[in-house]
Design a protein around this ligand. Structure first.
Ligand SMILES: Nc1ncnc2c1ncn2[C@@H]1O[C@H](COP(=O)(O)OP(=O)(O)OP(=O)(O)O)[C@@H](O)[C@H]1O
Length: 770
């Protein structure tokens, strides 16, 4: 009997899976037919565009300006479609929703019923319902020949229910489907039922359901070294942030893996879609590290947006300077603090008197030798420097004061009583003196035009810095800051100082020198004969984007890490901007979060803030999140860690480096490389990162070694966290940095301990025990 029952159930399950496969195949072919229509329509559009382009070329610029503009716009749109088609994106069309009839039953501008809630009677009392409308959602919108939507742009209002609908609050959505395709071929579909309790039919047939849902499928995929967009599985709480109105400041907090970075990137694409003209002023996304920039920069192009969005690391915001060095935590703490403001202001004024600054001005005017001596010069300098105007802008004032003093000495002041003649005499005196080489040379040496880099270099002199930092930095800080400035290159904190100095110094007062003429050109006069090449529109757009220092919208990722000086720098780039600020205080690597919060408030001004919270961890399995929560409890007692959305059943592994740390880490990394298809990250304390790179030599490019601060924002299939105690003891913010390190893995985590971690018999380090 039992054997028979077992056999029956085996037969049933084979039948089930055959049935499932055939439903799946049928649903795939339904979507394939739709995708074929979309491509057919796109090809028609491209032919139209090509015809228009040829036609335009043959007929030249004939037609009314309006018609020409319309034709250009059509050509442009078709060009966008064309380039998208040529790119053969993995999933041009990725979503579909099947909806009940809407409350008002009226179609909106994009062809969709606008109502959010179902119409009365859409659900029959017996629990059945008809699907009234089906919408397909993709990276860009496509209309058929009758202007009915074949594909709706994911950012259009009609697409919002695709993201917003949940089983708790389904609205009109009965089934949400994610379509997986590559180029022109549909590979699979994954459905989520938003109203599992009803029996819905579409064109007289029961609505089919395939797969376990797209989110889990997306989360389980192996990671590469580039972030993927999440456009097919944005969750409701994330969608609220992405589509939040751009007024003033949108402020988002959420724990590790809650999708803050993903949301920030999708928001940039959404804002551009929604008001392209307004954001022609540019969107700046500030990222903490070049590694995170490299990791995320492919997302926007995959969403169809390029050009108007600049993703820059915080150490690359100043043109011509690039952060390549790290500062010790104590040095960083001094350099990032708003105390530096005072030091920089003093340094900018102090740097005006370099060693060997002249102490005597001697000129000949009106046939007399005139001199100003050290004390007089110092007095003039003091007067010129009164107030807080930028130092470089004070040079004309200093020059005038020098001329006044020389004039007073010349004795010519009382020569004429007639004011007009007196003024004429004075003006010819000024002209005489200021065209004299000795005067010009003196001015250049005595009031040099300062650059931010020159002032920062002057601060490398401990004695001078000590003077400028008196009662602001302590002697230990002065020593450390000066020493760090003597290195070749800049740290990420130096970049904010350079930017501040640019503001303190002001732009140079003199017009820029003309380009030196090529002697050959001078001889031949070629330059005058050769027409100057006009900049093309594209070159101009690129140049303006390069030169841009202010943006229409600023998005700050990992905002908890900005130091007060960095907030000032970023603030200057968005004085008239709207903002999106995303971060997690529990991951802050800055030692004094209160000071940074005050600087942030200053940068954002009094603009009203709209706050959002993201609460679900999409990255870490519950097993890893649980371990990380132990460190969170130490780092920020009382704070809540986000709920992990899935569990893998794989517990974190603990290994102890008994003999050689190198061998243990290498073996654990190799083990994980065997277990996962994607990437492995090995996170070590900052001072170990060079040696850790050597440890992993030869293991291939799926594995990388990272200093703890470099791991920010990144993720890997598996991670090895080396010596939690070393990471935690690195800086006053060490426990929060360790929390970051422990939350980078999407599948597996190994913690390697050494003696300092005081591991127990199971290898669990002291910091991670209950
Ligand atoms: N709705 C979603 N669908 C699919 N994947 C998602 C979704 N939301 C987030 N993810 C994935 O979860 C991971 C974490 O996202 P993200 O890096 O944006 O989080 P974060 O909040 O910035 O994390 P952290 O603060 O740790 O840097 C990424 O792999 C992202 O693609």
């Amino acid at each position: 009997m039992a054997a028979q029952a077992q056999q029956d159930s085996a037969v049933d399950s084979v039948h089930d899976s055959v049935r499932e496969d055939s439903v799946r195949d049928r649903e795939i072919s339904v979507e394939q037919a739709h995708l074929d229509r979309v491509y057919h329509r796109l090809e028609e559009k491209i032919h139209e565009a090509e015809f228009l382009m040829n036609d335009a070329a043959q007929r030249g610029q004939v037609g009314t300006p309006g018609a020409l503009a319309e034709r250009d716009a059509q050509v442009f749109r078709a060009g966008v479609h064309l380039s998208r088609l040529n790119n053969e994106f993995e999933d041009f069309l990725f979503g579909r929703i099947d909806l009940l009839l809407g409350k008002d039953g009226k179609k909106g501008p994009d062809g969709a019923y606008t109502a959010v809630e179902p119409a009365e009677g859409a659900l029959r009392p017996d629990g059945t319902a008809d699907i009234a409308e089906t919408l397909h959602i993709g990276r860009i919108g496509v209309l058929d020949e009758d202007y009915a939507p074949l594909v709706i742009d994911w950012r259009a209002p009609a697409a919002a229910p695709f993201y917003r609908s949940t089983p708790v609050d389904p609205g009109r959505v009965v089934r949400r489907r994610v379509i997986r395709s590559k180029g022109r071929r549909v590979l699979g579909v994954e459905d989520d039922l938003m109203r599992p309790e009803i029996k819905a039919s579409l064109d007289g047939e029961e609505l089919a359901v395939v797969g376990d849902g797209a989110l889990m499928a997306a989360l389980g995929q192996a990671r590469t070294h580039s972030m993927r967009d999440i456009v097919a599985s944005i969750q409701a709480e994330q969608d609220l942030v992405i589509r939040a109105p751009a007024a003033s400041v949108t402020y988002v907090e959420g724990g590790p893996g809650t999708g803050k970075t993903a949301v920030a990137l999708h928001r940039a694409a959404y804002l551009l879609y929604q008001d392209r003209r307004r954001y022609a002023g540019g969107i700046l996304i500030v990222s903490p590290t070049p590694l995170l920039v490299a990791y995320t920069e492919g997302v926007l192009p995959s969403l169809g947006e390029e050009g108007q969005v600049a993703i820059r690391a915080i150490g690359s915001l100043v043109d011509g300077a690039e952060a390549t060095l790290y500062d010790s935590p104590a040095t960083a703490r001094a350099k990032g603090s708003s105390r530096m403001l005072k030091v920089l202001r003093r340094a900018a004024r102090g740097a005006l008197e370099p060693e060997g600054s002249p102490t005597l001005l001697r000129v000949v005017a009106f046939g007399r030798r005139l001199e100003l001596e050290a004390e007089e010069l110092a007095g003039i300098r003091r007067t010129a420097l009164g107030g807080t105007a930028p130092v470089n802008l004070l040079r004309p004032r200093a020059r005038r004061l020098l001329l006044d003093a020389l004039w007073a000495k010349s004795g010519a002041a009382g020569r004429h009583t007639d004011p007009e003649l007196a003024a004429e005499l004075r003006s010819s005196f000024d002209e005489d003196v200021s065209s004299e080489d000795s005067f010009l040379a003196f001015l250049d040496a005595w009031w040099p035009e300062l650059t931010p880099a020159a002032v920062l270099a002057a601060m490398a002199d401990e004695r001078k810095l000590g003077r400028w930092a008196r009662r602001v930095l302590n002697p230990g800080e002065v020593r450390k800051v000066a020493r760090s400035l003597r290195r070749e290159g800049h740290s990420v904190h130096d970049i904010a100082l350079l930017d501040e100095l640019q503001a303190v110094l002001g732009a140079p007062a003199r017009p820029r020198k003309r380009r030196e003429l090529d002697p050959l050109e001078q001889l031949t006069g070629l330059e005058e004969l050769m027409p100057q090449r006009e900049e093309t529109q594209r070159e101009r757009a690129e140049r303006l984007a390069q030169e841009r220092t202010e943006y229409a919208h600023v998005i700050v990722d990992e905002a908890q890490d900005l130091t007060p000086m960095q907030w000032r720098m970023v603030g200057r780039r968005g004085r008239h901007a709207t903002w999106t600020v995303v971060g997690d205080p529990a991951q802050s690597s800055w030692s004094d979060p209160d000071e940074a919060a005050a600087a942030r408030d200053e940068a954002l001004g009094t603009r009203p803030r709209r706050r959002f919270e993201l609460t679900v961890n999409y990255r870490n399995p519950a097993e890893i999140a649980e371990l990380a929560a132990k460190v969170l409890a130490l780092a920020m007692p009382g704070s809540q860690s986000p709920a992990a959305v899935r569990s893998t059943g794989v517990e974190p592994r603990f290994a102890v480096a008994a003999d050689s740390l190198e061998e243990t880490v290498r073996a654990e990394a190799a083990r994980l490389l065997d277990l996962v298809d994607g990437t492995v990250g090995v996170v070590v304390a900052m001072n170990r990162r060079e040696e850790a790179r050597r440890w992993l030599a030869g293991l291939g490019d799926r594995v990388v070694a990272l200093g703890s601060l470099e791991a920010k924002g990144l993720e890997y299939d598996a991670t090895v966290v080396v010596s939690p105690a070393e990471v935690a003891d690195e800086s006053p913010a060490g426990l929060r940095v360790l929390y970051v390190a422990l939350t980078r893995a999407t599948q597996q985590l190994t913690v390697v301990s050494c003696e300092r971690d005081e591991p127990d018999a199971a290898g669990v380090p002291d910091l991670l025990r209950d």
